[in-house]
Design a protein around this ligand. Structure first.
Ligand code: PEP
Ligand code: MN
Length: 338
């Protein structure tokens, strides 16, 4: 339930709403905007509560019952776009943010070469997995902490923040020591222990869409992060499983405008994991920019043929440089800059 206070509300009036909610056993989250104060009443059974419970209190303008299961990620809770600052790079503003790098950190040479190339072409965040959630236990699982240390070295050398995946709730503080953005992978979107643990950290987080999850389930998962107090949440569309088998996953381009209407959180698109093939990546990346995404996450490898993970969908550094050039006029046409 969302309680919108009148413009010019005073502290006692806000406190009156907070105290009533608490006395009934609900949790409260305050959103103090420059113009409006909004109080979110959180709890399992707010759906059964009459709106008059709060509407009668002084200073209340309106009370809206939230039928959707997500609250904190919603536009009703926060009307203005959230901008997340990641190691100095703002995601969700006018800039279109390009995050690029290898699927997995493989070696110092590989990471340094790709970091230099993507930074040189205009990427502002370096990606690279140190912990890899692989479908088979016999596949390369990542360099783990050694990989994180290499990311830290690349970050320092090239002055570029890094995004990397965390797969275990007990490793959140370890990964957050090195990362500017914690990535939660598609397979972990509804790993509630992981979400809660990442929510307790203060690190920006990129929540990938579960490949068989709806937008509503995705935003409800984002609420797990927000409810723990981490408001630096970004969403990442990476394709969903449909009946279509001509592509690895179907990139749900429509989720961009759908999310923009429903939520205040920045939206990133990962064309690589949807495409599954390097030849399809540039067109999807350009479509994402045109459709209103705040950035893209792209796999780039200095030698895709030799990549340990996801080589087929990785762009070479020269293909990436070309894509960056092709994105610029599109960004301009839609009022963004790269
Ligand atoms: C990745 O980004 O390398 C990855 C494993 O992505 P996803 O979780 O979307 O499959
Ligand atoms: Mn990958």
């Amino acid at each position: 339930m969302i309680v919108e206070m009148v413009t010019g509300v005073n502290v006692e009036q806000v406190d009156g709403v907070v105290q009533r909610a608490k006395s009934m056993g609900f949790q409260v989250q305050l959103n103090l905007g420059t113009e409006k104060t909004v109080v979110a009443i959180l709890g399992g059974n707010t759906g059964q509560l009459p709106t008059e419970t709060f509407a009668v209190l002084p200073g209340v303008e309106s009370v809206t019952r939230i039928m959707k299961p997500y609250k904190l990620a919603s536009r009703e809770f926060k009307a203005t776009d959230s901008v997340v600052s990641c190691g100095g790079v703002k995601v969700g503003g006018k800039g279109f943010v390009v995050m690029a790098g290898p699927c997995a950190v493989e070696s110092e040479e590989q990471l340094m070469e790709v970091a230099r190339a993507v930074k040189g072409s205009g990427a502002s965040i370096l990606r690279g997995g140190a912990f890899k959630p692989r479908t088979s236990p016999f596949s390369f699982q990542g360099l783990e902490e050694a990989g994180l240390k290499l990311l830290a070295r690349a970050k320092k050398t090239y002055g570029i923040p890094v995004v990397t995946e965390v797969v275990d709730p007990h490793e959140v503080s370890l990964v957050a020591k090195y990362a500017d953005i914690l990535q939660i992978g598609s397979r972990n979107m509804q790993n509630f222990a992981l979400l809660t643990s990442v929510g307790k950290s203060n690190c920006p987080v990129l929540l990938k869409r579960g490949f068989s999850c709806t937008v509503t389930e995705w935003l409800t998962a984002a609420d797990y992060l927000l409810a723990e107090g981490n408001n630096k949440v970004m969403l990442c569309e990476r394709g969903i499983r449909t009946f279509e088998d001509s592509i690895r996953f179907s990139l749900d381009i429509s989720s961009i405008p759908v999310l923009k209407r429903a939520s205040h959180l920045p939206v990133i698109v990962d064309p690589s994991h949807a495409a599954g093939h390097y030849a399809l990546v540039p067109a999807i990346a350009k479509a994402a920019l045109a459709a209103g995404a705040d950035g893209i996450l792209i796999e780039v490898h200095p030698n895709p043929k030799e990549a340990l993970v996801d080589g087929l969908q990785s762009l070479s550094t020269s293909d990436f440089a070309r894509l960056m050039k092709e994105l610029k006029p599109i960004a301009e046409a839609v009022g963004r800059h790269i």
